[in-house]
Design a protein around this ligand. Structure first.
Ligand SMILES: [Zn+2]
Length: 238
């Protein structure tokens, strides 16, 4: 298309709290009240001294108002302690392959129905146990007999889920300081300590791993029995 050649990034000048990056995906996180919040998954970019890889999009209307699409080149802003957000879209960088976001009709956590009452900006999962169920799954994963990640307390864990930093327990291992740093005023430990605590417990025994999966009716003892069974089988095959 004539005139659609992307302009050089150098043409855009921003104060240090802003940078341009790509929206690689838009995911949805479910908070404590069942509120579904869209979150932009960004190509990691340095903003105000820390690497940002996610930004809140607040709600569906906000996405529509700013016309943010998956694949867009955007300006992200991070001012002070505030969670990073998408300030604007560089629409002349569009290639035509960008995808529009749609709020899921079913809760991505529990599969329950999602309702957005007329006149309200926030869509919600109406399953009252949604967050609690989800929270317990994470707590189980990091508990002492599982991955034993003591550095992530209940408050920090709830914050991670609320802010959409983790959508699956294994996401804990991909968290970077830049993801956590904006939340630091809520956390009692520094972002670095948290990341170190998680990374130092990345490797566990097979028994712990099986237990951590949280399979129904598989407690600690059964998990270790299964692990032993698998190990024996592998040994016999050698
Ligand atoms: Zn739900």
């Amino acid at each position: 298309v004539v005139g659609k050649a992307p302009r050089g990034m150098i043409a855009y000048k921003f104060p240090p709290e802003e940078a341009t990056t790509i929206v690689e995906d838009i995911t949805v996180q479910v908070g404590r009240t069942g509120a579904l919040t869209p979150v932009a998954v960004l190509k990691p970019v340095l903003v105000a001294g820390s690497t940002i890889s996610r930004a809140t999009l607040h709600n569906e209307d906000e996405i529509k108002r700013k016309d943010i699409r998956i694949g867009d080149t955007v300006v992200v802003r991070k001012a002070g302690d505030v969670i990073p957000e998408v300030a604007s879209v560089l629409k002349d960088m569009r290639t035509g392959r960008e995808k529009q976001f749609k709020m899921p009709k079913k809760c991505p956590v529990c599969g329950g129905p999602v309702i957005r009452p007329a006149g309200e900006a926030i869509a919600r999962c109406i399953n009252k146990n949604c967050f609690a169920q989800n929270f317990r799954r994470y707590q189980h994963f990091i508990s002492k007999p599982a991955f034993d990640i003591a550095g992530v307390g209940p408050k920090i864990l709830a914050k991670f889920i609320d802010e959409g930093l983790i959508k699956d327990p294994a996401d804990l291992f991909t968290l970077k300081e830049g993801d956590i740093a904006p939340l630091e005023r809520f956390a009692e430990k520094s972002a670095r300590n948290i990341v170190e605590s998680i990374q130092s417990h990345k490797k566990v025994s097979l028994g712990r791993f099986i237990y951590a999966l949280g399979i129904r009716n598989v407690g600690e003892e059964t998990a270790y029995d299964i692990a032993e069974f698998i190990s024996n089988r592998l040994r016999r095959k050698e």
